[in-house]
Design a protein around this ligand. Structure first.
Ligand SMILES: [Zn+2]
Length: 152
C-alpha cells in the first residue's frame, strides 16, 4: 500500500505503448493496490499504470460505484457518441471537451486472472476510454477541444 507521485505530461513513459501483463504475480497485485491508493489520494476517478511510471497494461477506475481493477483491458464494443469535459491527473489544471463513445463494453482480467466483461455508459464508459488511451500512449489533450487551463 503506497501512494505514488503521479507522472506528469512530458515524461516519456506516458507516450509508450504499455506492455501486456503475462502473469499475475504478487508484484502485479501490489501495483494494482498502489494504483488504487494513488488514485484515491489524488481524488481521481481512474488511473493507468504508466501514470505511476509503470509501462504495463493495468488500470483502476472508481466513479463512485466501487473500485474496478482491470489487467490487459480492451474495448470490445462501442456505441454512440457523447462530448463531455475531462481532466487528467497527469495534466494538472487542464480541462477540455472530448468526444467519446457513450457506451462501451470492456473486457479484461481481474486480479485472480478471471476474465471479466463490463458494459459501461456515461462517466464509467468515459473513464475506461481515457485510461485505456493511457496504455496506448494517448493523452486526452490530443483529442480535446476548448482546452481550458486553470491555476494549479
Ligand atoms: Zn489521464
Amino acid at each position: 500500500m503506497a501512494v505514488y507521485k503521479v507522472v506528469e505530461i512530458g515524461d516519456p513513459v506516458l507516450k509508450e505503448i504499455a506492455k501486456p501483463i503475462k502473469e499475475i504475480t504478487p508484484n502485479i497485485i501490489k501495483l494494482l493496490e498502489n494504483m488504487a491508493d494513488t488514485m484515491y489520494a489524488y481524488n481521481g476517478v481512474g488511473l493507468a499504470a504508466p501514470q505511476i511510471g509503470v509501462s504495463k497494461r493495468a488500470i483502476v477506475v472508481d466513479v463512485g460505484e466501487g473500485l474496478i481493477e482491470l489487467i490487459n483491458p480492451e474495448i470490445i464494443e462501442v456505441f454512440g457518441e457523447e462530448k463531455d469535459i475531462e481532466g487528467c491527473l497527469s495534466i494538472p489544471g487542464v480541462q477540455g471537451e472530448v468526444v467519446r463513445a457513450q457506451k462501451v463494453t470492456v473486457k479484461g482480467l481481474n486480479r485472480y486472472g478471471e476474465e471479466i466483461v463490463i458494459p459501461a455508459e456515461g462517466l464509467l464508459a468515459r473513464a475506461f476510454q481515457h485510461e485505456i488511451d493511457h496504455l496506448n500512449g494517448i493523452l486526452f489533450v490530443e483529442k480535446a477541444e476548448n482546452i481550458v487551463r486553470k491555476g494549479r
